[in-house]
Design a protein around this ligand. Structure first.
Ligand code: NDP
Length: 244
């Protein structure tokens, strides 16, 4: 059916990416799931998408690899026929105080979180231009807005993503392409589950709503932005009031 949209969500094996993939399927889109490798978690995301009645595609792709992103998008376009919504969600942390942070801790985080979004957006841009439409959602973080001790690499990648979002929005607004960023606060996923209990309690205490957010609460914002035809260059916080 030509009027069914397709979304590509990176880092959709679990956490926020999985919740976004399911939310977009519930919006009526087919969804391409990207993760580093096939796994039971990926298959669970695929199953949950199919449970909504939509089609799921899967591709293993390291988003930090420019050539791999190009090949992945080419293959998915061949298989799915179109991609209308791109969600750059894949992300990693390598938290350390700057004094202990190694060069590779900085490079790896920038490569996945920031360059990954560049790689995927570049890979899809010509297709969006040909379609005279495209919707890009970049998952940044409140840490990109306010900084965080122990996360200089991560905060730089997420702040960079906001600059990237606004630049892409300005460059392609006239071509029917919108590009927005979401800044989640403290969301309960594997990523935050790795943090020491004391650090999680400290984070929670900084949230006016006094609880962590759920991946589904971020996904609801992504679903809203996926319908956007006139919101572009926006940075939307989903953080329980953490970064007012
Ligand atoms: P998770 O650690 O739970 O999941 C990360 C996802 O990214 C996985 O699907 C993982 O795939 C994928 N991924 C990691 N590296 C790569 C790579 N090189 N190429 C492709 N996929 C990759 O993270 P969250 O769900 O918590 O976070 C999702 C996004 O939201 C991230 O960008 C994160 O920075 C951001 N965010 C999260 C917050 C939180 O509190 N949780 C707060 C603010 C922002 P695989 O399974 O193959 O490893």
């Amino acid at each position: 059916m030509a009027d069914v949209k397709t979304a590509l969500v990176t880092g959709a094996s679990r956490g926020i990416g999985r919740a976004i993939a399911i939310a977009l399927a519930k919006e009526g889109m087919d969804v391409a799931v990207i993760a580093t490798a096939d796994s039971p978690a990926v298959q669970e995301t695929v199953r949950l998408i199919e449970e909504t009645g939509r089609k799921a595609y899967f591709a293993a792709c390291d988003v930090s690899d420019f050539a791999a992103c190009g090949a992945c998008v080419t293959a998915l376009l061949e298989e799915a026929g179109t991609i209308d919504v791109l969600v750059n969600n894949a992300g990693i942390t390598r938290d350390k105080l700057l004094l202990q942070m190694r060069e590779e801790d900085f490079d790896d985080v920038i490569a996945v979180n920031l360059k990954g979004a560049f790689n995927m957006t570049k890979a899809l841009l010509r297709h969006f231009l040909k379609n005279k439409a495209g919707n890009i959602i970049n998952i940044s973080s409140v840490v990109g807005l306010m900084g965080n001790a122990g996360q200089a690499n991560y905060a730089a990648s997420k702040a960079g993503l906001i600059g990237f979002t606004k630049s892409v929005a300005k460059e392609y607004a006239a071509k029917g392409i919108v590009c927005n960023a979401i800044c989640p606060g403290y969301i309960e996923t594997d990523m935050t589950g790795q943090m020491p209990q004391a650090a999680r309690e400290k984070l929670c205490a900084a949230v006016p709503m006094q609880r962590p957010g759920l991946p589904e609460e971020v996904a609801a914002a992504a679903a809203f932005l996926s319908r956007s035809t006139y919101i572009t260059g926006e940075t939307l916080r989903i953080d329980g009031g953490m970064c007012m």
